[in-house]
Design a protein around this ligand. Structure first.
Ligand SMILES: NC(=O)c1ccc[n+]([C@@H]2O[C@H](COP(=O)([O-])OP(=O)(O)OC[C@H]3O[C@@H](n4cnc5c(N)ncnc54)[C@H](OP(=O)(O)O)[C@@H]3O)[C@@H](O)[C@H]2O)c1
Length: 158
C-alpha cells in the first residue's frame, strides 16, 4: 500500500524556505507514531531539510530518497525512478511518501491512502500540495484536535 502523509493549512500550503511554515509538536508526534518502523520515501530537498534539523535521516524508519543525481547516502537508500519503485511495493507493506511537493505530485496517482493533517489557519510560504480530486477518496478516520484535524482518506476504487 502506498500512503501519502502531509500537513497543510487551509490553502494547501505545506512549506516555506525548505522548512515547515509552522511548529505543531502534536503533529510531529502523530507523524512519528504513524510512520514508525515503516518505509518513508522523500525528495532530496525534504531529506536535506530533515538532516539540517536532526543531523541525520529519520530514526526507526527505512529512509528512501528520490533524486535525479547519482548520490550515495549513508543513512538512506537512494532511488532515481519513482514509478518503477512504487509499482514494486508489495500490498502487505506500507510505504509512506513524506514529501515534498514534487514527490507528492508524482506519487499521488499511485496513492491508496492520504494521511492529511488539516491546519485551521492561513500561513505564509512558497510550497503547496498538488490539487487532489477528493471525490476519488472517502474518509476512513477523522480526529479533531483544534486547530488540527487528522484525517485519513482511502481511495474508493482500490
Ligand atoms: N507540510 C508537510 O507535511 C511537508 C512534508 C514534506 C515536505 N514539506 C516541505 O516541502 C518543501 C520541499 O518540497 P520540494 O517540492 O521543494 O522538494 P522535494 O520534493 O522534497 O525534493 C525535490 C527533489 O526531489 C528529486 N525529485 C523530485 N521528483 C523527482 C522525480 N520524479 N525523479 C527523480 N527525482 C525527483 C529532485 O532531486 P535532485 O534535485 O537531487 O535531482 C528534486 O530536486 C519544503 O518546504 C518542506 O518543508 C512539507
Amino acid at each position: 500500500m502506498i500512503a501519502l502523509i502531509v500537513a497543510m493549512d487551509r490553502n494547501g500550503l505545506i512549506g516555506k524556505d525548505n522548512e515547515l511554515p509552522w511548529h505543531f509538536p502534536e503533529d510531529l508526534d502523530y507523524f512519528k507514531r504513524v510512520t514508525k518502523h515503516k518505509k518513508v520515501l522523500m525528495g532530496r530537498k525534504t531529506y536535506e531539510s530533515i538532516v539540517d534539523k536532526l543531523g541525520k535521516a529519520l530514526p526507526l524508519r527505512e529512509n528512501i530518497v528520490l533524486t535525479r543525481q547519482r548520490l550515495k547516502l549513508e543513512d538512506a537508500y537512494v532511488i532515481n525512478d519513482l514509478p518503477a519503485y512504487l509499482r514494486k511495493v508489495p500490498e502487505e507493506d506500507t510505504l509512506f511518501v513524506i514529501g515534498g511537493r514534487m514527490v507528492y505530485e508524482a506519487s499521488l496517482p499511485f496513492a491508496d491512502r492520504l494521511y492529511i493533517t488539516h491546519i485551521d489557519g492561513a500561513y505564509e510560504g512558497d510550497t503547496y500540495f498538488p490539487t487532489v480530486d477528493f471525490s476519488k477518496f472517502e474518509i476512513v478516520q477523522k480526529e479533531k484536535r483544534p486547530p488540527l484535524t487528522f484525517v485519513v482518506y482511502e481511495r474508493k476504487d482500490r
